[in-house]
Design a protein around this ligand. Structure first.
Ligand code: ADQ
Length: 463
């Protein structure tokens, strides 16, 4: 059996075998790489004045990691540009924020070619290549041009956009055609898979959809929904550790008899934070008896700060949270605790557990692992309630959450009221179903499903 070569924009192998406070995705991929004695390849995160093409190889936590430095122009055009100012907003249906600049497209193509050139010597006959996310859609095409015939799979962590959104992108057909150089393309949800099939059916001259096998541009592509899971075992262990327990006690002491609603997100316009604050304000207006009895803790860690849209949303959130706090706060109660720092996973576990309601209301999200982590962190004897946007991929799997329309303040306000008042037996019944689902579809199951579909396509069960 060949080795597994994982390629992603950034590499984040666990620093030690246990993984410390790192995320489940890094842990899951590292475990697969150890099992298949593979290599994880990606950008080092460093820039050099001029591109060198040199690859740094290291062993980290039992995994071979190979990294490439990029030059400043690459980072501007490929990473900040095409990836984060073009594809990210477009795939999250924000064409108002999408930059349609040729230079970005050229930088994207150039960096994908550079990735291909540098990873090429690492690929041996029989190896399997697994490419991650929107940064690297054309990578297989670049590898094929260089003679690679190995099986190559692609997994998209973000949603695939609706056809009419995608067609606003100049050269959209090129982007989709590039996907047909993979052997397998995986999506987070049935919704994303369906949107991709819809494009192939209607926008390609020879497109055909036959179950999980598509054909277009004279080639075939296997596709499937592979909803990513969380590392339930790692998270449960973290929850039992001293840090999580201390954090839980600290949070409980700070409640002073109030109920906490929690939001945890990267500070990103796709996460619906402004709409969430306004919906919570609506809840305070609709339920005056609840004022001073609840508060919202919103943890939002700044990200992509070089991109203007992120600076702008940060400014707006400062404004909205400040206005709501100014309007409703009393001498000993602040309605929104808005925190811009990041927390370790074991701290987060304790914080989630102290919250009566988990408020996860992205406007559009590939999956959303915070929804899953909130559920996994709950006390089985007295679990909290998850409120989840219908536009998160997670909603397809988590029907026992209170599913809401994040664009409707009233809808979210009603759900908050319902969640806070939900009787224990209903909370337990819903939580048990959700938790069973998390365990059955955890990150190892996701990885194994994808890797086996890539390595042994004939063994793949019919969809
Ligand atoms: P993200 O958009 O980053 O990921 P999400 O899945 O919600 O979104 O979070 C990923 C991880 O980051 C979670 O483990 C979470 O705990 C952590 N995290 C988020 N905010 C944090 C904070 N403020 N402090 C500390 N940790 C925080 C993309 C897609 C998602 C998809 C994932 C995985 O956008 O839809 O679920 O990839 O495929």
């Amino acid at each position: 059996m060949g080795r597994l070569i994982v390629v992603s924009n950034r590499v984040s192998p666990p620093r030690d075998a246990g993984g410390g406070s790192q995320g489940g995705l890094a842990m899951a991929l590292a475990a697969a790489l150890r099992e298949h004695s593979g290599v994880w390849f990606g950008w080092s995160g460093r820039t050099t004045e001029a591109y060198t093409g040199q690859v740094g190889v290291q062993r980290v936590g039992g995994v071979t990691v190979a990294t490439l430095d990029l030059e400043d122009q690459d980072v501007q055009e490929y990473y900040n540009g095409y990836a984060n100012k073009t594809l990210w907003p477009l795939f999250h249906h924000r064409i108002d924020l999408t930059a349609y600049e040729r230079a970005y497209g050229e930088g994207y193509a150039r960096v994908n070619a550079r990735f291909a050139e540098t990873v090429l010597p690492l690929i041996e006959p029989g190896d399997f290549v697994w490419v991650h996310d929107y940064h690297l859609i054309p990578l297989a095409q670049e590898l094929r041009r260089r003679g690679v015939t190995n099986r190559i799979g692609f997994f998209l962590h973000i949603p695939w956009p609706a056809r009419h959104m995608l067609t606003t992108l100049p050269r959209h057909a090129q982007l989709v055609e590039a996907l047909f150089d993979y052997d397998l393309a995986g999506f987070q949800s049935e919704d994303s898979l369906e949107a991709f099939c819809d494009y192939v059916r209607h926008e390609t001259p020879d497109g055909r959809v036959d179950g999980g096998r598509l054909s277009a541009f004279g080639r075939n592509l296997d596709v499937g929904a592979f909803p990513i899971g969380m590392d339930v075992a790692e998270f449960t262990a973290a929850l039992e550790g001293a840090t999580a327990r201390e954090e839980l006690e600290r949070m409980q002491a700070s409640l002073v008899g109030r109920q906490m609603i929690i939001g945890v997100d990267r500070l990103d316009y796709s996460k619906g934070l402004e709409e969430r604050f306004l919906a919570y304000e609506q809840f305070l207006i609709d339920n005056p008896d609840q004022q001073e009895k609840v508060f919202l803790l919103q943890i939002a860690t700044p990200s992509r700060e070089d991109v203007e849209a992120y600076q702008e949303i940060r400014g707006r959130l400062d404004g909205v949270s400040g206005r709501i706090n100014g309007a409703f706060a009393t001498v000993d109660w602040v309605p929104i605790r808005y925190v811009n720092r990041s927390y370790r996973r074991d701290q987060l576990a304790g914080i989630y557990r102290a919250a009566k309601v988990g408020l996860v209301t992205p406007l559009r999200d590939g999956m959303n692992l915070v929804a899953k982590e909130y559920v996994a962190a709950q006390d089985p004897a007295d679990p909290g309630v998850l409120i989840l946007s219908r536009f998160a991929g997670a909603a397809e799997q988590m029907g026992e959450a209170l599913i809401v329309n994040p664009f409707s303040r009233e809808d979210v306000s009603d759900a908050i009221a319902r969640g806070l008042a939900m009787p224990l037996n209903e909370r337990r019944r819903r939580w048990e179903v959700l938790m069973e689902g998390l365990k059955a579809t955890d990150v190892s199951a996701w990885r194994d499903r994808f890797v086996s579909a890539l390595m042994a396509p004939e063994a793949r069960p019919a969809p």
